[in-house]
Design a protein. Structure first.
Length: 111
């Protein structure tokens, strides 16, 4: 979890995120940022959002990942919270597919 994301309003508090950059990159001392996808507790039917139950995330309620808002966050702003979970590879693949979709591309368009 980190502070509100750069795209969030200034008054917004910390927001839970899923780190999606590879650990090989995250653990490098010279890498000052991690790539994250934010969670939202406001559920919607937005086509790129990925809904996860509380038991899948460690969050207190059902939430949605928002792949279209993928962003880099400085490591110094990140705070590990109790209940942190590692996500399944299938969830990470869905995130990647939805990031591509949010760019206006289909998976078959990428070579």
């Amino acid at each position: 979890m980190g502070p509100g994301l750069p795209s969030d309003p200034a008054e917004k508090g910390p927001r839970p995120v899923l780190i999606v950059s590879p650990n090989a990159r995250n653990n490098r001392p010279k890498a000052t940022t991690v790539l994250v996808v934010p969670f939202s507790m406001t559920l919607s039917e937005y086509p790129t959002h990925i809904r996860l139950a509380a038991g899948q995330t460690g969050l207190p309620e059902t939430s949605e990942l928002q792949p279209e808002q993928i962003t880099a966050v400085r490591k110094e702003y990140m705070r590990r919270r109790p209940g942190t979970r590692t996500q399944l590879e299938s969830t990470i693949r869905s995130i990647a597919k939805n990031v591509v979709f949010s760019l206006g591309l289909q998976s078959k368009d990428i070579r």
